[in-house]
Design a protein around this ligand. Sequence first.
Ligand code: KG4
Ligand code: ZN
Length: 330
Amino acid sequence: MRILAIETSCDETAVAVLEDKTSVLVNLVASQADVHRKFGGVVPEIAARHHLENIKYLLFKAFRSVSPGSLDYIAVTYGPGLVGALLVGVSVAKGVALTLGIPLIGVNHLHGHISSVYLAYPDLKPPFVVLLASGGHTEIVLVRKESLRVIGKTLDDAAGEAFDKVARILGLGYPGGPKIEEAARKGNPEFHHFPRPKIHDRDYDFSFAGLKTSVLYFLKKNPGARAEDIAASFQKAVVDVLVRKAFKAARDSGVRRIVVVGGVSANAMLKAAMYEKASESGYEVFFPPVKYATDNALMIARAAFDLVERGKFSDVSLNAVPYLAWEDVI
Ligand code: KG4
Ligand code: ZN
């Protein structure tokens, strides 16, 4: 079975073809990072216009290696995300579905992120706790065989958003996550103890806005401080909170497996800290391959395989849903 998937929810235009859940036939990602860099973040209308421009090249390229006639389904991200950006992918997917006469599958982007872990661990099965940390979301989700429950979320900024904003404050550029990580490698994580918001609270919620502000104030008071040291200390604060809350959620839920997904799961310090804590406490942690941690269409194709098995198809009335929640994932 072959599924073609399209992802355009934010600033990556992506097309993939996955065969039988594990065989990657096509995986194309056109990043718009260079376009948005000068604005310090994603400009929604510019993102939509670039998706429109890029998607045709990616599809033509995909169809050079996989014949359109060999496809069984077409999947597309229909939310959450930027509405104009989503509409490009949804409209193109509808056109392809109608032209080829194959069924359309609308995929929740968050379901896609969770599915990215199956690309590395095809036999992984619930129950597990998911820490989803991306540019738009930071959530803890308890996944059992037949249910999925969001048990924690950020009350303000997402973890990736905090990386992006602090990178901007430090003048490190965009996207912030990889820039902070790179600078942090040359910095001292113990240089300054930034606050760890909500780390000792009994719930599984997060808050990163205050941490970002404390970086801003610290820099104002200490203009001579090295960006590398601030980046390393900030990164440590975020990682400490994410690790602590993920393990607390797993412990309280009686689940011994933790899955970490979303763009921030590409962070090597987070990965090292999660593995260290897991080995101390007898838990298992699972990350997607780094190349599938940030937005891509392969994870959308993988999620679509689950939807096919559950008979969940869409039709040409499929619309973009910018604030799509988790409910429809299971
Ligand atoms: O999942 P993703 O590609 O898009 C959303 O769905 O939001 O995540 C993008 C976010 C950005 O905020 C980016 O700065 C962050 O993930 N990110 C990272 C790293 N790579 C990407 N954060 C920390 N360390 C990284 N290496
Ligand atoms: Zn994403």
